[in-house]
Write a protein that binds this ligand. Structure first.
Ligand code: AMP
Ligand code: MG
Length: 353
């Protein structure tokens, strides 16, 4: 299959291409598209056979449910049996935006896409290309991240093409994604509101709406020895080809920690790739060749770092680094989402700087 990549700079000017992409979705095909979080691999969310193609293209385990992307409230009512009061509040506060709400599902939603669960994850993206595509398709679009399972999520159309060339008919190229980490997944159906996956909508932001102390993070995400409530969170994810180790600790100690580790690994004969802040990379210029460095943004600038981490990790896949070192951030605010992805990308290998 040939994969067409179509640049969408302007929704109005690209009406025809969007209409065509909507037709593909309606006819059971798969189209990759940009959202404000990461690129998604979309199919008609009410068509089990179309969604099977998503699982196939990604090599995704069948028990890992898909999130349904909707354009408006009436599409939510089409797929959700009920919207609990707290979910209503979150909807009013954050939708459209980078949040996924877990809701009881209606039987119109194929059980193949919910991993057999009685709930469905629903997200209303804000990105104008995503919204135009859902409108053109006229159906909720099931869409996981557009990467091969286990790899870093793509935040550019070029990275989607690397993983999906020859497997899907079309990629809509809307440029780089704003947030760069996947949506916050929130289960507000029970007594306690639970974050199943951290994202750009932080615990603090949710508590501003639902009340202080009313939101918890799924304990499985922060080290507890239990099975995560979002089935996908138990799998290895976001991993670059070379093994990654994180350096964690005080920002002021980072540069020294990196110098020590880089020197140690190089003395063992390794080709070391480093993903870190401007500040840390500036201190490594005499040790690490420029092409073995990936700059993820200014130290402590969490939105910039979130937007850059996946492409920074992917940048090493075409290089011959055999080990990677990455700089950890704080776990506060958006840092929780960043560190969740980095811990998974590194298989939880980390050392203190
Ligand atoms: P991705 O689409 O690749 O960003 O992954 C979607 C994530 O949402 C996975 O971790 C899924 O396990 C999770 N998810 C989707 N639907 C549900 C649901 N009904 N209940 C809990 N987690 C879900
Ligand atoms: Mg994913």
């Amino acid at each position: 299959m040939q994969t067409r990549c179509i640049k969408i700079d302007n929704i109005t000017a690209s009406k025809e291409a969007l209409h065509f992409a909507g037709e593909l979705i309606r006819h059971g095909d798969v189209v990759a598209f940009p959202t404000e979080t990461v690129y998604g691999l979309g199919a008609n969310g009410l068509d089990a056979e179309a969604c099977r193609k998503i699982y196939q293209a990604k090599g995704r385990p069948s028990d890992n449910p898909l999130i349904l992307h909707v354009a408006n409230r009436s599409m939510i009512d089409q797929v959700a049996a009920k919207i609990p009061e707290k979910a209503e509040k979150l909807l009013a506060a954050f939708c459209p935006g980078p949040i996924t709400l877990i809701l009881p599902r209606k039987s119109i939603v194929p059980e193949q896409i919910t991993g057999g669960l009685s709930t469905v994850g629903v997200r209303m993206p804000e990105h104008d290309v995503a919204r135009a595509l859902i409108a053109a398709a006229g159906v909720p679009i099931a869409a996981p991240s557009a990467n091969i399972s286990g790899r870093p999520s793509p935040t550019t159309a070029e990275s989607v093409l690397v993983d999906m060339e020859g497997k899907i008919p079309m990629i809509l190229d809307g440029g780089a994604c704003d947030f760069g980490v996947e949506s916050t997944i929130v289960d507000a159906t029970g007594e306690q509101t639970v974050i199943l996956r951290p994202g750009a909508i932080t615990k603090e932001m949710l508590e501003e709406v639902l009340g202080e102390g009313s939101v918890v993070i799924d304990p499985a995400l922060v080290g507890a020895d239990s099975v995560p409530k979002a089935p996908g969170m138990k799998y290895t994810h976001y991993a670059p080809k070379a093994p990654l180790t994180l350096l964690e600790g005080m920002p002021t100690r980072m540069a020294r920690g990196f110098r020590r580790e880089v020197a140690r690994l190089q003395s063992e004969g390794h080709k070391v790739g480093v993903m870190a802040s401007h500040e840390v990379l500036a201190e490594l210029k005499d040790l690490v060749p420029a092409d073995m460095m990936a700059d993820y943004g200014p130290q402590g600038k969490l939105p910039a770092i979130a937007a850059n981490i996946y492409e920074a990790l992917r940048s090493f896949d075409e290089k011959d680094a055999d080990v990677l070192l990455g700089e950890g951030t704080t776990s506060e605010g958006l840092g929780l989402a960043i560190m969740n992805r980095l811990h998974k990308a590194s298989g939880f290998r980390s050392i203190q700087a």
